[in-house]
Ligand binder design. Structure first.
Ligand SMILES: Nc1ncnc2c1ncn2[C@@H]1O[C@H](COP(=O)(O)OP(=O)(O)OP(=O)(O)O)[C@@H](O)[C@H]1O
Ligand SMILES: [Mg+2]
Length: 295
């Protein structure tokens, strides 16, 4: 497959000491929702680590609890038990050291792209107005939106909106960038372009990244490590290292190594997805004659 993704524009960046130095640890994290008999466990005893400078991908069946994990790492929600540590400090709430890019656009529709990007730092009075604006210009150039700064989110394509959100997250120089299925819903042409664009951006300074996806190929292409989750309640089924060199190229995806990783992960995901169909997994292993005999 050949694609030509726009490369992040080379614009001189201020030194970002935070990039690539942060470690996140989830230790026996559990979370459920609902009261008494209606209570449902969504995340069970989850333990894994996001190493400094690594891109760790969470992959799991639909509805298994991935966004619940994202919300807890971001600090919007809290574990019932267990703990999440960022550089050894317990996560107790949201903060600008953990920025999230969601699948649904979170850009404010009444503000221009530029105003969306400067909104957070301006609100918190971080630096002078010219400093903030200079950095916003730099980041918007970098994500290829130099021409679109004064456009409103509704005037941007899906891929452009994602890039604007990246700029809006990166202006905070987070210790951890969290991405929850950011490319879901993009069309078949835009998605690989965005993947490649994002990879180049990540590979520039290797800001520690937690990336959630349900697409196994996307996960293998991007990640240093896959954390494969079970069906709900989400538990770690496997941690798979991706030994592909960087910078990653699409042609690497046709290597026997990738084929084997994909087979391994898909086998687990298929097994877990079948569990959500209850007895279906049981019948899937029987021949048609056996089904008929039971009917
Ligand atoms: N605040 C909440 N209150 C009650 N239930 C919730 C809450 N947040 C999540 N859930 C439930 O937790 C389960 C897992 O949801 P979650 O969104 O974490 O899954 P997901 O893996 O991100 O799904 P998807 O693949 O669709 O993105 C769902 O059954 C959902 O209804
Ligand atoms: Mg989700």
């Amino acid at each position: 497959m050949t694609t030509t993704a726009a490369k992040p524009t080379a614009v001189t960046a201020p030194v970002d000491h935070a990039a690539g130095k942060s470690r996140v640890e989830l230790k026996n994290v559990s979370r459920g929702f609902g009261e008494d008999w209606a209570r449902e466990e969504v995340v069970r005893n989850l333990t894994f680590e996001i190493k400094p400078g690594d891109l760790t991908c969470i992959v799991g069946p639909s509805g298994c609890g991935k966004s619940t994990i994202v919300n807890m790492v971001a600090g919007y929600d809290h574990p019932d038990s267990g703990e999440i540590l960022l550089n050894g400090q317990k996560v107790v709430g949201p903060a600008k050291d953990r920025m999230v890019v969601f699948q649904e656009t979170a850009l404010m529709p009444w503000q221009t792209t530029f105003d969306n990007v400067v909104f957070g730092p301006r609100l918190r009075h971080e630096g002078s107005r010219p400093e903030i604006e200079k950095e916003a210009h730099r980041l918007l150039e970098k994500v290829g939106l130099g021409e679109f700064k004064q456009k409103y989110p509704s005037q941007l394509s899906g891929g452009m909106q994602r890039r604007a959100e990246l700029a809006r997250a990166l202006i905070n120089r987070p210790l951890l960038l969290i991405m929850d299925e950011p490319f879901r819903g993009l069309d078949a042409m835009s998605r690989p372009l965005m993947q490649e664009f994002f990879l180049r951006l990540f590979e520039e300074n290797r800001r520690t990244n937690l990336f959630v996806t349900s697409e196994i190929e996307e996960a293998i292409f991007l990640a240093d490590r896959l954390v494969v989750l079970s069906n709900r309640p989400a538990q770690v089924r496997a941690v798979i290292e991706i030994p592909l060199p960087r910078p990653r190229q699409f042609h690497m995806m046709s290597s026997p190594e990738v084929f084997e990783i994909k087979r391994q992960a898909l086998e687990i995901l298929h097994d877990e997805a079948m569990k959500s169909f209850g007895g279906a997994a049981h019948f899937a292993h029987r021949g048609p004659a056996e089904h008929e005999a039971r009917a």
